[in-house]
Design a protein around this ligand. Structure first.
Ligand SMILES: [Zn+2]
Length: 303
């Protein structure tokens, strides 16, 4: 069940069952209007979110911020027609690319994630793009949009409320499951973790799962650092990606998450996608399907 949870005065998070494709959305109510952080996967989820917003305010939704371009964070942008939608320049470019192959994505999602409802969802281009940093001011409140760079996605954005000490982290921070550096830049992902730790917030809203604390974010970063270090040791010993995967499999990180971390590590070490005989490593979406299954096991216990 979804939950609309108050985090501070006029700041809410729409929490969904803690699963892949069921992302969280932020709601920040100002004196004049409302800012929403991330749209959702399907029309029904979005209707629930909008109904919850209307329960607490009748102010217009003026801005919608996409933390990155993945479907579960942008797929219902068009269901906020009154809002100006913004994301990073890279995020907008990626959304544009995804939009061109919408039919292919529809078919893949239907085949690989047949239990997920994508109805009413599609890629819609953002109206504005930012590079770096942008601040909104809602009266006394500052809402800071920070672009941290490549990490989980093409360029991760977090939304920081310095006054309330809240950070909406997008999928840079996933609570209850390991980090997913999806773009082959683990060092930069670790740097982004450190950047959000430096904000010293009280509440870190995860892209999926319950909001966490600074300690939760730090623990995720430490886990990623240790996995990255182990991958590096394999690489420096001259081991292939497949050999590294085999050597490291079975420790405390579920296999498909680990695959993503080692694959990204090897991409970073070599500057290209490593060759592999492992079918899941060759196919990003097959790996994502595995991650979704593992996440269900990890998080389903809580949900
Ligand atoms: Zn997500």
């Amino acid at each position: 069940m979804a939950e609309f949870r108050k985090l501070a005065k006029d700041v809410y998070v729409f929490l969904q069952p803690p699963l892949v494709w069921y992302s969280s959305a932020g709601v920040i109510i100002g004196e004049q209007d409302v800012i929403v952080v991330d749209s959702l996967t399907n029309a029904a989820m979005t209707q629930s979110l909008r109904a919850e917003i209307r329960r607490v305010t009748d102010k217009p939704i003026r801005f919608l911020i996409n933390t990155h371009s993945h479907a579960d964070h942008v797929y219902t942008n068009h269901l906020f027609p009154e809002a100006t939608v913004l994301t990073t320049h890279r995020g907008r470019e990626r959304t544009k690319d995804s939009r061109k192959v919408q039919g292919k994505h529809d078919a893949l999602f239907a085949r690989l994630f047949s239990d997920v409802d994508f109805r009413g969802g599609r890629y819609t281009l953002q109206d504005m793009s930012i590079s770096g940093c942008l601040s909104f001011y809602q009266g006394e409140r500052e809402v800071r949009v920070l672009e941290l760079g490549v990490g989980h996605s093409e360029s991760d954005v977090v939304v920081h409320l310095p006054g309330e000490k809240i950070v909406f982290c997008g999928d840079l921070f996933l609570n209850g499951m390991p980090p997913l550096p999806g773009e082959g830049h683990v060092t930069q992902t670790i740097a982004s973790y450190k950047a959000i730790e430096a904000l010293e917030a009280d509440i870190y809203v995860a892209g999926h799962g319950d909001p966490g604390t600074l300690a939760d974010v730090r623990a995720q970063r430490t886990l990623l650092e240790s996995q990255f270090q182990r991958a590096r040791e394999c690489f420096e010993r001259g081991m292939s990606y497949d050999a590294a995967l085999q050597a490291l499999a079975g420790d405390d990180v579920p296999l498909d998450f680990q695959r993503m971390i080692i694959l990204s590590s090897y991409c970073e070490f070599t500057g290209k996608l490593p060759e592999s005989t492992d079918p899941a490593s060759q196919n990003h979406l097959t790996m994502l399907q595995g991650i979704a299954t593992e996440a269900k096991l990890l998080l389903g216990r809580k949900g």
